[in-house]
Design a protein around this ligand. Sequence first.
Ligand code: HEM
Length: 275
Amino acid sequence: MKTRRPEGSPVVPAAKPTAKAQASTAAPAPAAATPAPAASFGAAASAPKTDLEGASHGYTSPTQVSCPFSAEEKAALSKKIPCPALAGMFNAGMLKVEKDGTVKIPDLDRALSQLGPDAVTRKVLTNGADNTDSVKGSFNLFKLNGSNLDHTGSTGIRQNGVHPERFDLLMSFSKDGQRLTAKDLANAGEHFAKEDPGLRGRLTQLAELSIVMQVFGRRAPDGSRYFTKEDAKQLFVDGQIPSSWQPPAVPGKVHVTDVLGGAALGLFRQLINGQ
Ligand code: HEM
């Protein structure tokens, strides 16, 4: 089973909470239980407060691909994309998409290469995309909900529509209410895995949450990665690459092995490629 969440709920505007979302937003908020860490993140401490109403404008690629959609169509269609990174690339004008949602694998690879993953990581990701339907060499960006990449244990923010209340739940794992650190994300991942158990989902979610932090996270003075609340909101709710993000000076430096141990890597590849 790929997901325990209802499928086909309305996409635009954001659907009312799923049964699961309703149940789980009542989960105790760990943020309240843990004191805020010392202000060790420099600039992040002065990050602006987030206005969760309305979409903000994220990163825009200086080299726009051709796009067959109006701004309104793009905004509506991006709500059909469960992956924050794919939605971000689509909205930034990095990902070439045909009117029916078809994305050619080399175009996906090109867009991913601008984000920073190395060739092996891109191969894992593009193989996963190519295996989501029977057409070789492409996948449909707007038909990923319910595909074989749809899995248990995700945050549910962008699953079958956009659910801002699930973002509130994600942010409840922030120890200071303003930033999400790698530890906060790991704690959130544990919670989502318990909500919606499944080994495959747990592992894939772990990989996704690690990669998303590696690719889009800000770097703290101590070298660790984090998101401000606004970064996370832009990415997960608005489906935009955070406006704080800058293309890596040297692309191809994010490796799957940076985020997963060797054993998990083997299993992850089997799961992604063995469809
Ligand atoms: C750098 C590249 C990528 C990053 C950082 C990334 C990150 C993520 C993250 C963090 C999630 C979890 C969202 C959540 O739990 O709310 C996710 C979900 C998803 N991603 Fe990606 N992703 C990337 C590339 C891709 C590619 C190439 C595909 C291929 C089609 C893909 C397909 C999906 C799908 C289908 C989901 C939804 C899974 C579910 O909710 O069950 N992603 N991604």
